[in-house]
Design a protein around this ligand. Structure first.
Ligand code: SF4
Length: 378
């Protein structure tokens, strides 16, 4: 690595179109960190944006793959100017932008009275989101015949980086500290699917109630659609502000192949649940993940997004990032031109419908760090 970096007068990220292109490409191909270890630790395995690291490029904080097979071959790298200590995003021989890594949050230094580190209870995502998996086990995960092939929910438990169940009191304690010490602005609670017909909604409601009693932090709860849609009202009454129910893929054949257990809950049932949830928490306060690269065609992703937007649901389209140790670990990331086209067209649909990620109270679409979609809404 050179001692000093020659920074061009005009950085490529000065133009909005370049920002869209570069962030889209970087999220598909990953960042080759080689031997550099800086900033807040990334996440290996687990639920959510695993094998990613948060980086701030210009003004935008995004999660980029760093531990995946693809990232080790990515043309994007980090150059550090030894004289100033500033990091830069570089590709081939070109410096693209300044690049910063969010610092390790202060709440990671604390532990509960029983000695559980706060970082085993919840993590900082991006630079202002507190995220947790309230139940780190899933009925579908233990059996490869039912497990989602992209999921690594058991990995962080096996490596002792988290605990199996976070109690409402523990979550409230950590949330209060994360707001006070690290200015966290919203919280996401997801869950492995328990063996109950409410799909975890009751436990998410208990957790939300305890957190809201301690700190006024907007919360998104994420679970599979429950058997009884009255759970949405109960969650909202307990303090849940927005809901996430994640399709992951939309084509029934792709769903059956990639997530044989979860695919038993049909796309139609998800849509019924979306409509019921919008009635409770409001238009634009419900979101779903669509993982581009699992096998859905561009057309399927576009028509599904259109249908979701019509209902008032935000289609959070993200590039699928294969996680080391899962059956899909060797799957190539989606082509960045495909992602760019999806973002452009879905961004236009969102704009026409006046559905904006910035108006969500909490959740992944509000955070936006795992996708470039929000920068295509303007
Ligand atoms: S988009 Fe969701 S999963 Fe990704 S960093 Fe933000 S909160 Fe975490």
């Amino acid at each position: 690595m050179p001692e000093s970096v020659s920074v061009p007068e005009k950085l490529l990220l000065d133009k909005p179109h370049n920002t869209q292109r570069i962030i889209t490409d970087l999220q598909s191909r990953g960042l080759n960190l080689a031997t550099i270890e800086v900033g807040s630790s990334g996440r290996k395995g687990g639920a959510g944006p695993s094998d990613h690291k948060a980086v701030t490029i210009g003004e935008t904080t995004v999660m980029v793959p760093v531990y995946t097979t693809g990232a080790a071959e990515s043309p994007y790298r980090v150059d550090i100017d030894r004289a100033t200590g500033q990091s830069y995003l570089a590709k081939d021989e070109q410096i693209i932008s300044s690049l910063d890594f969010p610092r390790q949050p202060k709440f990671y230094g604390l532990q509960t009275a029983e000695g559980i580190p706060y970082s085993k209870i919840a993590l900082l995502h991006s630079n202002n989101v507190l995220a947790t998996t309230v139940l780190q086990t899933c009925i579908r995960y233990e059996n490869r015949k039912t497990a989602c092939q992209f999921c690594a929910i058991g990995q962080s438990l096996e490596s002792d980086r988290t605990i199996a169940q976070k109690t409402p009191a523990q979550l409230a304690e950590v949330a209060e500290a994360a707001v006070r010490l690290d200015r966290v602005e919203h919280m996401i609670m997801t869950t492995g699917t328990p063996n109950t017909t409410d799909r975890g909604a009751a436990y998410l409601a208990d957790c939300a109630q305890a957190i809201k009693a301690k700190v006024p932090l907007p919360i998104q709860a994420q679970c599979e659609p429950p058997n009884d849609f009255r759970w949405f009202e109960r969650m909202a009454t307990a303090g849940v502000d927005s809901l996430g129910m994640h399709l992951e893929a939309a084509d029934p054949e792709v769903r059956a192949r990639i997530m044989p257990g979860k695919a038993k809950v049909s796309v139609d049932y998800y849509f019924e649940a979306f409509a019921a949830a919008v009635k409770v928490v409001g238009r634009g306060q419900v979101s779903t993940y669509l993982l581009a690269g699992l096998g859905d065609s561009k057309e399927t992703l576009l028509t599904t997004s259109e249908r979701l937007i019509e209902l008032g649901v935000y289609p959070f389209v993200v590039p699928f990032v294969p996680i080391v140790g899962t059956p899909l670990a060797q799957t190539p990331p989606p082509d960045s031109q495909l992602m760019f086209d999806l973002y452009q067209q879905i961004g236009q649909m969102l704009k026409r419908a006046n559905l904006r990620s910035s108006e969500m109270k909490a959740g992944c679409a509000k955070c936006g760090a795992c996708s470039a979609l929000s920068i295509f809404e303007e």
